[in-house]
Write a protein that binds this ligand. Structure first.
Ligand code: GLU
Length: 297
């Protein structure tokens, strides 16, 4: 049970802010780390009744991410997943005063992201999740925190596919409920599309010739090429825009704007780039800082 001490906490907040302002100029290093420390946020730091207050009060958060996508979300046989999406999730948790060990990671594949948000199985989704209008009917998105684009991956010795215009009559593998699959269905109807639950499921069919090409976002494919450079290659240029957002409950605008504030803060203070460099920086070029879209709904 929680007893609200809003006025006292607010007063303390003012005093603490004054103290910080007084000593903050010492070495300018107050943006040091993303770990929840002694000055971690607590429920009283957030508006009463907000999702932020509820999560901070619970001291835990459930985050949906991918488990089979190297670089962004990959779960080792034992232990928690790692990747850029995972790091972004950890930063959001830390801003709620929630320690890494108190994050529950749930695998979200492409097709179950909206249902998992809608039925409360997860609090947020950070999972190479493209922001688009259809999805915005069902869930809301903070972000973007990265801009990807759809691309193609083939076996290293394949010479006949280098752009989506080469897909007619070709066997194309992608994932149910994904934007790349929808794009092929709509705009490249002569491709023979096979859909699986997760992108990792396309790798063996590509190896054994059941499919000719795998399509999804360039950064996901880059992760597989990094894992299996002797087998796979990415061909051509990205041919769509896939702005990655953080999915959350539809119309929780207060929570959405708060996550947007966190994103803008970490774009600014270096934590976003640090997360990129830790996970992806050796493989992919440094991205441009995205512009958060505080859309009206
Ligand atoms: N970004 C695309 C999407 O959200 C493809 C990647 C994925 O399926 O996670 O559908």
């Amino acid at each position: 049970m929680m007893i609200r001490r809003k006025a006292a906490v607010a007063a303390l907040g003012v005093a603490a802010a004054a103290m910080l302002a007084a000593c903050g100029s010492d070495d300018g290093s107050e943006t040091d780390d993303s770990m929840a420390g002694d000055d971690a946020m607590t429920a009283g730091d957030f508006p009463e009744g907000s999702t932020m207050a509820a999560l901070a009060e619970a001291g835990s958060i459930t985050i949906g991410t991918k488990f089979d996508q190297p670089l962004f979300g990959l779960k080792p046989p034992s232990g928690d997943p790692v990747g850029f999406d995972v790091s972004i999730g950890k930063i959001i948790a830390s801003e709620l005063g929630i320690d890494e060990d108190s994050i529950e990671w749930v695998e979200t594949v492409s097709a179950n992201r909206e249902p998992f948000i809608q039925d409360g199985s997860v609090d947020i989704v950070v999972a190479t999740y493209t922001i688009n209008d259809d999805r915005k009917e069902l869930v809301s998105f903070a972000g973007p925190y990265y801009n990807a684009g759809q691309a193609l991956m083939v076996m290293v010795d394949n010479e006949d596919i280098s752009s989506p215009d080469d897909l007619a009559g070709k066997k194309v593998c992608s994932v149910e409920g994904s934007t790349p699959a929808a794009n092929i269905e709509e705009n490249y109807p002569d491709a023979e599309l096979s859909l699986f639950a997760a992108y990792g499921d396309c790798l063996d069919p590509l190896r054994n010739g059941q499919v000719d090409v795998v399509t999804t976002d360039n950064v996901i494919l880059a992760g597989y090429v990094d894992q299996y450079p002797d087998e796979f290659k990415v061909v051509g240029e990205p041919f769509t825009e896939e702005p990655y957002g953080i999915g959350l409950a539809h119309d929780d605008t207060e929570f959405r704007m708060w996550i947007n504030d966190v994103l803008e803060e970490i774009f600014e203070d270096g934590r976003w780039l640090e997360a990129w460099n830790e996970n992806v920086g050796d493989i992919l070029p440094e991205p441009e800082v995205p512009t958060v879209d505080r859309y009206e709904n």
